[in-house]
Design a protein around this ligand. Structure first.
Ligand code: ADP
Ligand code: MG
Ligand code: ZN
Length: 620
């Protein structure tokens, strides 16, 4: 991406260099001068000083905190010499001096005291600034020194250089693309819109899960629009110095207005746009609030005639944004950038596959079918993983089997052959996974079982059952959800039946099963007793799918108990169903488990053939 940092004005660099030189000079002065000046008086040990006092050789003494200076008595025509010594903690000294009739006094405050203390105040900050500058330069912070701290760090995407990102680099998010194409079109030919009185939105917010191409889309807009494009990340706004965040915003918009028509892109808007009311966790973050307020007022401040500054922003956490940001006149248009569907995934794979050598047998459509739920970034990663595998296997081009293995890797984490299960553990894991597979085969809504494996992968999974949906699903009915819960409990149920005991391996299954059941009751309104009431606080967009439960609405003790009872009932019913199914197919389970223990993994046709023998429970 052709990105140019704005050059720091040479003048500010000159000034900061002068500061540095000055700092170094003062540093030398502070340490060297006292040495030079102090070296004129010869030093002697304290014991010698005491000895001379006792001998009566000392005329006068000046007692300082760090140094005692003393002058010997004048003998003949020779003026008494002056010596110095380092004092030790000696409370008897004044008494001794008095006894010997020595004239003594405390040292007058040092003459250059003001200089020393000035240096003490000036030098540490200078050192600090020096270090700061050093890091600012090295860190590629765009040579932004102390003196330009309030200046916006926005990068300007310069047009007409190599490797431009365009809309052809983005696929699978057609609606979002269409929306942004319209905006680019407006910037190129505003007349077409303004002549019929259309007003283009001031702020467009790209919303969607991570890795779906929000940043990529913004770069494509930059590449296509042919107008200046200012880009800054929300987290860059939030700085450690109060007031800097908001001055950045002001500065950014000042520059933008000068360059209109242009686009301002704020990535990761949630870093500044966090709801002001919910930030109580930090005890109210003043700095972020100021930055946000500045942003709001800048967005309101555009007069109609400079409406050709379009603010583009991206976030994957729209629910925490301050509502004020979403009001008309600000980010009034929100564009959902969601995970791609089947044809979209195929198109994205095509884009990224151009960068690698593909073998004859590669079927991108088939790969797309096997990767529902993958975002664009996952697919890009998948292609790269497949290419790495092909290279490792010494192939000239990427083959379909490389993709198959890459999918497993991305899904289940890297294969960890190093973790060796003992025979008993292996047996438990095998029965557990076969239990999942048997129940999953019968239940609606849980997709096709593609592979069972007891080769451990990644950190958490000891074995796994790979279930891939046969199609994209956006809605699930109650029976399907119950089926999923039963499938999740299939592993534990198998352990119960075969070993009459339960291991710790099933805890993740239980967690997921319980979460699903709770969602059925509290979010989807699927409970007959509790009715179609949402008991969750607020709405969490479904696509987030991050497993974070919502806080429950405040409710009576009885309702809470009723929910707990319902959840338990759903899980228990699914558990019974799983147990029955496995008992009913006990012989088949033995057959499959024995095979699995032998080969460590069963997949494809062989697996389908085995699982097709699963018998449904007779309906009573
Ligand atoms: P986001 O900003 O939404 O988290 P990014 O735009 O940073 O995601 O995507 C990361 C990378 O994933 C991109 O650079 C690109 O290589 C790939 N990618 C993501 N979405 C798409 C898409 N829709 N089409 C093509 N490539 C994509
Ligand atoms: Mg991003
Ligand atoms: Zn399991």
């Amino acid at each position: 991406m052709p990105i140019k940092d704005q050059p720091t004005p040479p003048r500010s660099r000159l000034i900061s260099n002068i500061f540095l030189a000055l700092g170094a000079g003062l540093l030398i002065a502070n340490f060297i001068l006292p040495l030079v000046l102090g070296s004129q008086i010869p030093g002697v040990p304290y014991s010698l000083f005491i000895h001379q006092v006792e001998e009566g050789d000392v005329a006068r003494v000046q007692v300082g905190q760090n140094q005692i200076q003393f002058q010997l008595k004048t003998s003949g025509d020779q003026v008494g010499q002056v010596f110095s010594t380092t004092p030790i903690f000696d409370l008897g000294l004044p008494k001794l001096l008095e006894e010997k009739g020595v004239e003594f006094a405390a040292a007058p405050p040092p003459k250059n005291g003001w200089l020393t203390s000035l240096l003490g105040w000036v030098i540490p900050p200078l050192i600090f600034v020096g270090i700061w500058q050093f890091f600012a330069r090295r860190g590629g912070g765009g040579a932004q020194g102390m003196l330009s701290i309030g200046k916006s760090k926005a990068k300007v995407y310069v047009e007409g250089e190599s490797a431009k990102t365009t809309f052809t680099d983005v696929a699978g998010v057609e609606e979002a693309k269409a929306e942004l194409v319209e905006i680019v079109d407006f910037l190129k030919t505003p007349g077409r819109y303004t002549q019929i009185g259309a007003r283009i939105p001031k702020g467009v917010l790209l919303v969607g899960p991570p890795g779906t191409g929000k940043t990529l889309l913004a770069k494509a807009v930059a590449g296509e629009a042919g107008v200046p494009f200012f880009s800054i990340s929300g987290s860059e706004f939030v700085e450690m110095f109060v007031g800097v965040g908001s001055s950045r915003v002001r500065d950014l918009f000042e520059q933008a207005k000068k360059q209109a028509p242009c686009i301002v892109f704020i990535d990761e808007l949630d870093a500044i746009g966090k709801s002001r009311s919910t930030s109580g966790f930090y005890g109210g973050n003043d700095e972020r609030e100021q930055t946000l307020n500045q942003l709001l007022s800048e967005m309101d401040g555009f007069a109609v005639e400079d409406a050709t500054v379009i603010v583009l922003a991206a976030t994957n956490r729209p629910e925490i944004l301050d509502p004020a940001l979403l009001r008309p006149g600000r980010f009034d248009r929100q564009v959902l950038v969601d995970r791609p569907a089947l044809s979209g995934r195929e198109a994205i794979l095509k884009i990224h596959a151009q960068k690698v050598k593909l073998g004859e047998d590669v079927d991108l459509r088939a790969i797309a079918t096997r990767t529902p739920g993958f975002a664009g970034a996952d697919l890009a990663n998948l292609v790269n993983e497949a290419a790495l595998l092909a290279a490792r296997n010494g192939r000239q081009a990427v083959a379909q089997t490389d993709f198959a293995e890459a999918i497993e890797r991305v899904v289940a984490g890297l294969e960890k052959k190093s973790r060796v299960l003992n025979e008993k553990e292996k047996k438990i894991v095998a029965y557990h996974e076969v239990g999942h597979a048997l129940v999953g085969q019968l239940m609606p809504g849980s997709g096709r079982i593609e592979k069972i494996s007891i080769v451990s992968r990644g950190m958490a999974a000891l074995g796994y059952t790979l279930q891939l949906p046969t199609e994209d699903r956006f809605l699930m009915d109650e029976a399907e959800l119950r089926g999923q819960i039963a499938t999740l409990l299939g592993g534990r149920s198998a352990e119960e039946i075969v070993f009459n005991s339960i291991t710790t391996g099933a805890s993740n299954d239980l967690q997921r099963a319980t979460d699903l059941a709770e969602q059925m009751v509290t979010t989807f309104g699927m409970s007959k007793i509790l009715g179609p009431v949402a008991y969750q606080q607020g709405t969490r967009p479904m696509f987030l799918n991050d497993g974070m439960p919502n806080a429950r609405r405040s409710m009576s003790e009885e309702t809470a108990q009723a929910i707990d009872r319902e959840v338990k009932e759903i899980v228990e019913a699914a558990h019974q169903q799983a147990l029955e199914t496995i008992k009913h197919n006990r012989d088949l389970m033995e057959t499959i488990t024995m095979q699995l223990l032998e080969t460590e993994a069963i997949e494809g046709e062989k697996l389908h053939q085995l699982l097709s023998q699963v018998q449904a429970m007779p309906v009573i």
